[in-house]
Design a protein around this ligand. Structure first.
Ligand code: 5AD
Ligand code: SF4
Length: 449
């Protein structure tokens, strides 16, 4: 059984696809090679913005031809998109050749659903058995048990993704995630620690702890678990490795977490801290539960504790209540904080969320705002990159450079991407790179022995 997994969306989905790969390999599957035709195709979807959804649907449309050529092909659509109300029905109607649709919390049923589709085809010689499972709206009791037991086929050596908390309780008014990923559910600390230890033993140099809001880790567990405590325990694991984590919510980032980051040389001096907007009014309408002053004070604390910390963010423009003056406040915040990088988004209405029911701004206005924001951030990123030139930084050789043949790429502790000449055999090693050139967000250099 040759399988292909097509992944959309965030790191969480990338890692979930590694789990899906583990499940498929557990039933005898092997990854489909270049030019080979697949027996099973899984689309692991995202619905955070309209274009993520359109991309997935476009590609699900394209496999119709493949299915025609190979009627035995099993096509599954899983992940966030399917969990939205009405979407499973829509897929059933518009893409009738899709065999299996599963929600985010039914994923461990994938092998048995595939077996059922194949068995019914073999038995009745017709191809009508469709598996659209009734979606669980909350995590089932057994979710964590199944999750711990499921094998993971990691695909991104030397980076290991490790889930620490699933779901989100925050309900930012623009965001679909709490509806499709359900309420927060923390993994037991012992399970997280075991997984990190295993990955370090296997030679993974970088561990990224994943959660929609890592800072709320542990509040649902007994025994006073917290993200700070977890970070400190991970910091005591033996071996040469770095830990990153994402995503942090500014309302929950504690002084204790900042101290734990500063005190451990295993925790990378790098944080992704989405601000979304620089206007107090918009932050309130977004239900973010912090002010721009609180955000500035977090930035100050982080930099006071870790002067070289790399801080990245997410910024959204065109939220329904954002005026030109609010947008100016966002530009002002971006100018003052000087993020090493910012992921910028045009607000996209998501059905069923409070903000989608508000009167919307014209698209042209949103476009103009994001253009201005990107231009500002690019100039800041470029200036900050130039500060790296001449310095020597420890970089984990992570991969061959996709754009520069004969070169490798990896990140500095602060999270900046560096490209340097090197052989494939070096992947997984920490090397010292002297930065010789900065091109906007990318740094170039050579390895120093
Ligand atoms: N429209 C645009 N961007 C969004 N994000 C979340 N929901 C939306 C939406 N409806 C952005 C936020 C978040 C990032 C992962 O995606 O900036 O931090
Ligand atoms: Fe969405 Fe807000 Fe939860 Fe992040 S914290 S996943 S933006 S609801």
């Amino acid at each position: 059984m040759r399988y292909k997994i097509v992944t959309y969306g965030c790191q969480m989905n990338v890692h979930e696809s590694e789990k899906i790969a583990g499940l498929l390999e557990g039933m005898g599957g092997v990854p489909c090679g270049e030019g080979e035709s697949a027996d099973v195709i899984v689309f692991n979807t995202c619905c955070i913005r309209g274009n993520a959804e359109r991309r997935a649907l476009g590609n699900i449309g394209v496999v119709k031809a493949e299915k025609k050529k190979n009627p035995d092909l099993v096509i599954a659509v899983v992940g966030c998109m399917t969990q939205q109300s009405g979407t499973a029905e829509m897929v059933k109607e518009r893409y009738p050749y899709v065999d299996i649709v599963l929600g985010t919390r039914n994923i461990f049923d994938l092998p048995s659903e595939i077996e059922k589709v194949r068995a019914s085809r073999a038995a009745v010689k017709k191809r009508s058995d469709k598996r659209y499972r009734a979606f669980r709206t909350e995590f089932a009791e057994d979710y964590l048990t199944l999750d711990e037991a499921a094998p993971v086929a990691r695909t991104s050596f030397p980076n290991a993704w490790v889930n620490i908390i699933y779901g989100c309780n925050n309900f930012c008014t623009y965001c679909i995630v709490p509806y499709v990923r359900g309420r927060e559910l923390s993994r037991p600390a012992s399970a997280v620690l075991d997984e990190v230890k295993r990955a370090v033993d296997e030679g993974y140099g970088e561990i990224t702890l994943l959660g929609q809001n890592v800072n709320s880790y542990g509040h649902d567990l007994a025994g006073g678990e917290s993200f700070e405590k977890l970070l400190r325990e991970i910091g005591r694991i033996e071996g040469k490795f770095r830990v990153r984590f994402m995503t942090s919510h500014p309302k929950d980032l504690t002084d204790g977490v900042i101290a734990a980051m500063a005190e451990s040389d295993r925790i990378a001096k790098n944080i992704h801290l989405p601000v979304q907007s620089g206007s107090d009014k918009v932050l309130k309408d977004m239900n973010r539960r912090y002010t721009r002053d609180r955000y500035f004070s977090l930035i100050e604390k982080l930099r006071a504790a870790m002067p070289d910390i790399g801080i990245t963010t997410d910024v959204m423009v065109g939220f329904p209540t954002e005026t030109e003056a609010d947008f100016e406040d966002t530009l002002d915040l971006v100018r003052r904080v000087r993020f090493s990088n910012a992921f910028t988004f045009i607000y996209s209405p998501r059905k069923g969320t409070p903000a989608a029911a508000m009167p919307q701004l014209p698209y042209a206005e949103k476009r103009a705002r994001i253009g201005e924001l990107i231009k500002l951030q690019n100039s800041i990123t470029k200036e900050l990159s130039e500060d790296y030139v001449g310095g020597v930084y420890e970089v984990l050789a992570e991969d061959v450079s996709p754009k520069h043949p004969g070169m490798l790429c990896g990140r500095t502790e602060s999270g900046r991407l560096a490209t340097f000449p090197g052989e494939r055999e070096m992947i997984g090693r920490f090397v010292n790179v002297r930065i010789t050139e900065a091109r906007s967000a990318s740094l170039f250099g050579t390895v120093e022995e």
